[in-house]
Design a protein around this ligand. Structure first.
Ligand SMILES: *Cc1c(COP(=O)(O)O)cnc(C)c1O
Length: 235
């Protein structure tokens, strides 16, 4: 068998070229909206896509990815991590408290801390594992009954409870605005909650609206379909 094949960035790869285009749009938005160059990180959302579809993004040098299910991530990521140990994996989907330990093992950032029970389970799992996992609190900015996240009115108290009662460092806030409405008021609301609580990170903006997120202060944008293509099922 021949020499090991090095990672080659194939310019014809759809994923690699779309990733490059999204990166370029992020850098342009940083300039257009007077953000510090490099202030915005791209979480490439690879949910539903198999490892084969993710490899071109890794080969192109991208390292920050988002998944929304613990089970799916457990099947896909340990193998990819073995090849690319410096991956930073974000959980962007709802977490059940009985999966907190697994989530702490698998993920580097959990963006969906959304209720006291989860915060407690994560605090216990972090202490047990001795692993420095970053936490974002999800805020249900649209107060949608079917959606996860703390209500905007309860966000200050929840941040305080995480910090003071549970000793958790809160790295950021995250929101998913209502699908059928203007995202800007939701992004602005999230930014104001973060500012008054001294929270640095803001995860807001997806394929359809990440430039708007950057305009309103995002430090992380979560982009899936613009990089990996249309998902078989809309989740
Ligand atoms: C799927 C998903 C995304 C990515 O959505 P796209 O529209 O494909 O960019 C971002 N954030 C969350 C929480 C998601 O579930």
């Amino acid at each position: 068998m021949g020499a090991p094949v090095p990672d080659i960035v194939d310019p014809t790869s759809d994923v690699a070229s779309r990733l490059g285009a999204v990166e370029a749009r992020i850098r342009r938005a940083e300039r257009d909206f007077d953000r510090t160059s490099g202030a915005v990180s791209l979480v490439a959302v690879s949910k539903t896509f198999p490892a084969d579809a993710i490899t071109p993004a890794l080969a192109a040098g991208h390292r920050m990815f988002g998944e929304n299910r613990v089970q799916e991530s457990k099947a896909k990521w340990p193998g990819l991590r073995a090849a690319y140990p410096d991956v930073e994996l974000h959980l962007i989907g709802p977490l059940q408290s009985n999966k907190a330990r697994e989530a702490i093992e698998l993920f580097d950032v959990i963006e969906t801390v959304d209720r006291p029970r989860i915060a407690e389970a994560l605090a216990a799992a972090i202490a047990r594992a001795g692993k420095a996992v970053k936490l974002f609190i999800e805020v249900n900015t649209g107060a949608e009954p079917q959606k996860a996240g703390v209500l905007p009115d309860e966000a200050d108290a929840f941040v305080r409870r995480c910090r003071e009662d549970l000793g958790l460092a809160i790295a950021g806030l995250m929101c998913i605005p209502p699908a059928d409405r203007q995202a800007s008021p939701h992004f602005a609301l999230l930014a104001s909650i973060a500012a008054r609580n001294g929270v640095a990170g803001l995860s807001m903006g997806m394929s359809a609206d990440f430039e708007l997120g950057i305009q309103l202060g995002a430090t992380h944008v979560r982009v899936g379909s613009a990089i990996f293509g249309t998902r078989p099922s809309p989740r």
